[in-house]
Design a protein around this ligand. Sequence first.
Ligand code: SF4
Length: 328
Amino acid sequence: MRKELQTYPMMAGTVVDYVIARTLQSYRVDGEVKSKLANVGRRWFRRSIAEGERIADQVRVRPRTYQERKSSPFSPSHDHFHGIDRGSDHLQGLEDRVAFCLDTFENSSVFEKLQSVGPENWGPITTLEDGVPTFGLEEIMVYAAFDLWLIDEGDIVILDWKSGHPSPAAIEGAEQQLSVYALWAQSTMENVSGVVTQAIWLNESGEYAPIPISVISVEDVKNRIRMETAKEASLLTLIESEDGNGRHVARREDYPAHPKTMRCCDCKYQMICPEGTMATAHMRPAQETLAAALIFGNQRERVATEFVTKEWPHTFDRIILQSNPCVI
Ligand code: SF4
């Protein structure tokens, strides 16, 4: 359940991706170029917040079914779920960012390029309802969650929309992502002469300027995937559970907590992590903390299981010992 929660910046990014995907699908179907995407984005963002808060209230009572998740493009609000209030300026700033990014896309040379090569040269447009493309690296299944590809003069160009700020850390993260996407293309695409990629920082510019991925960075990312997978495997133990399914568990001391207020604020596990609860307590009313503690206190076993199926490295922080349920 916690994996579903979306912070408002994540929602803003999702809305940008979603509006662009719908715009391109519409162009592919009837050749119509939609305009005023900024206004569309503002409406979708406000709707995402309202729906996200409604769904967050719902999932406090019970998790959504698979069908409920598949049939809605909206995700439960992380902040509403955790009772965090960051003020209306935070939301207004994000709404403006959504509008700016979509306006940039609408007037970008990337969009021009997509129109000039034609939809017959685009790869599948990833939408919220689609699964994520995968490929195998030896025995390891790797996800490649890019947004779109196109064929340009024989090369495959993989594009990834970015709605955040291109900080040095964000650029480094994006470069690693692009290397994984290049690996996906090398593993699965035929009849292409080269692989080029581009993270498009819509907050800054929509200029079409893809660059080739170097052999070195692809090899580097292969090695990182191998090393991180091996390290993770070495720290987890598979145990049989009563329902006959295996569970991976880890030792608590292997993952010490590193609480920092803003990081804990965005962490999906803050309410079941003593350090996270302490680090974020001043961001919400006391009764919210107590209510959440009671809800999760009754679900310790399930919470402990969720912990070991996490996908963020730092959420490993709070994985619980085999015999040690989550302590609130
Ligand atoms: S798991 Fe780490 S980041 Fe998350 S709340 Fe706990 S200390 Fe903070």
